[in-house]
Design a protein around this ligand. Structure first.
Ligand SMILES: [Zn+2]
Ligand SMILES: [Zn+2]
Length: 108
């Protein structure tokens, strides 16, 4: 999260080994959000933070293919491969509709 100094408007930088945000220009500082510092220091919080990032950014990283959605008919879907059972079997292609979010697997 980016915060700016309310005094001079410069970027506040996080100080090492503390949860302080410091302005290098005028010396102003404040304590960063407690939730953020918890997320960095405790493993439990860190885990939930990772999941949050995963959920939020997954769609943007995934490639898309022109596959019709069986639910709403939209013709663009995200796809990814999942190695299902054994390594000697081909991986299964999964699709997720970009419009309604419906997820299905490719049966071949
Ligand atoms: Zn400042
Ligand atoms: Zn759909």
């Amino acid at each position: 999260m980016i915060k700016f100094c309310p005094k001079c408007g410069n970027l506040l930088k996080p100080e090492k080994n503390s949860n302080k945000l410091v302005c290098k220009v005028c010396g102003y500082f404040e304590f960063s959000d407690t939730k953020i510092s918890l997320a960095i220091t405790t493993s439990k919080q860190k885990k939930s933070k990772e999941i949050m990032i995963d959920e939020g950014e997954k769609d943007h990283r995934m490639p898309t293919a022109e596959v019709p959605c069986p639910k709403c008919g939209n013709e663009l879907a995200y796809w990814w491969l999942v190695q299902t059972r054994r390594a000697d079997e081909p991986p299964t292609t999964f699709y997720r509709c970009t419009k309604c979010g419906h997820t299905w697997r490719d049966y071949r």
